[in-house]
Ligand binder design. Structure first.
Ligand SMILES: Nc1nc2c(ncn2[C@@H]2O[C@H](COP(=O)(O)OP(=O)(O)OP(=O)(O)O)[C@@H](O)[C@H]2O)c(=O)[nH]1
Ligand SMILES: [Mg+2]
Length: 303
């Protein structure tokens, strides 16, 4: 999958600097939002539910003189299910292959045992950059105190305050991009020019449907939702949306199918933008009993 291209333009152009950077942190701290802002494209779905990200998602920052491959990861947490354990394993695997780690610490929450556990589990030695996220949620004085506390926590290469919800040009995003670029070593262009992610298109489509569903359910249900694309023959796309119990099926479908229709209406235009064409999106809700705890079901769902 990885391809090397010419670097250095026969010695005339600048030498390319490149490498891999994992984006880590507790659940819901803004890792995927930050990844998307740095890349300048939505490569990972986001939501205000913890444990939204369930895979390693590569997002590529590609410039003439550098390429940073970001690896967005699930939030490191205390697992309650087999799925939770798998997600934590994914974080550890991601850490093994990277040159640098971006640790996301939310400005509006105190530094806690979860953050210390995470810092303790980083491979030694590895360069770390602290991204203090969601700075728009607190005042200036509070932010100054927060930055001091974060600074004292570890031997950071840099501590960058960020409000990534505003997109690629939001406060702190270009500063962090520059920090990452400066940390890269001479190396190959790992991905072809202009590629924002290596996620398969079926996975990106399934994730957009899951994101739309996450926004519309409460409590434990977000964890129970999984989505698979069964058929991709544009304009026809058939998707299965799995829940864990019969009772959850009705919640997702909603009265007279209204909620399911809303999920489709939110996901469809984004899928059309991705594919550059009109699509007919059919979503079927199915039950995969207790799939988060069932090794076979987890395997079928791609974990
Ligand atoms: N106000 C504000 N909200 C933010 C910011 N960044 C992220 N958020 C919100 O925080 C929530 C979580 O964001 P995500 O990017 O999904 O967080 P995550 O760390 O990837 O979460 P998991 O994948 O579940 O571990 C979403 O509702 C985002 O909109 C920010 O800079 N400011
Ligand atoms: Mg995420």
């Amino acid at each position: 999958m990885r391809s090397e291209s010419e670097t250095g333009d026969g010695g005339i152009g600048p030498e390319l600097r490149s490498g891999f950077a994992a984006v880590v942190g507790r659940p819901n701290v803004g890792k995927s939002t930050l990844t998307n802002a740095l890349v300048g494209q939505k490569v990972a779905i986001t939501s205000n539910r913890p444990e939204t990200t369930r895979r390693q998602i590569r997002g590529i920052i590609d410039r003439p003189d550098y390429q940073v491959v970001l690896v967005d990861t699930p939030g490191l947490h205390r697992p309650r299910t087999l799925l939770g354990e798998r997600l934590n394993d994914l974080v550890r695997e991601s850490l093994a292959d990277v040159d640098l780690v971006v640790v996301c610490l939310p400005a509006d929450q105190p530094i806690g045992p979860g953050d210390r556990f995470l810092l303790g589990s980083l491979p030694q030695p590895i360069e770390r950059v602290a991204a203090v996220t969601k700075t728009d949620r607190i005042g200036r004085a509070e932010l100054a105190a927060k930055l001091t506390a974060v600074d004292a926590l570890d031997g950071w290469r840099a501590v960058v305050p960020i409000s990534a919800a505003g997109g690629p040009d939001a406060p702190g995003v270009s500063e962090l991009r520059a920090v990452l670029a400066a940390a890269m070593k001479p190396g190959p262009r790992w991905y072809p020019d202009g590629e924002a992610t290596d996620e398969p298109i079926e996975v990106r489509i399934a994730e957009l449907v899951r994101e739309a569903a996450l926004e519309r359910v409460r409590d434990e249900l977000p964890h129970s939702v999984a989505v698979l694309v069964d058929e991709l023959e544009p304009p026809k796309i058939h998707v299965s949306l799995y829940v864990e119990r019969d009772s959850q099926k009705g919640i997702i479908i909603g009265r007279r199918g209204v909620r399911l229709k809303e999920i489709g209406s939110q996901a469809r235009p984004q899928i059309e933008a991705l594919l550059g064409r009109q699509v007919f999106l059919e979503i079927q809700v199915k039950v995969a009993k207790e799939w988060q705890r069932d090794p076979k079901a987890l395997r079928r769902l791609g974990f």
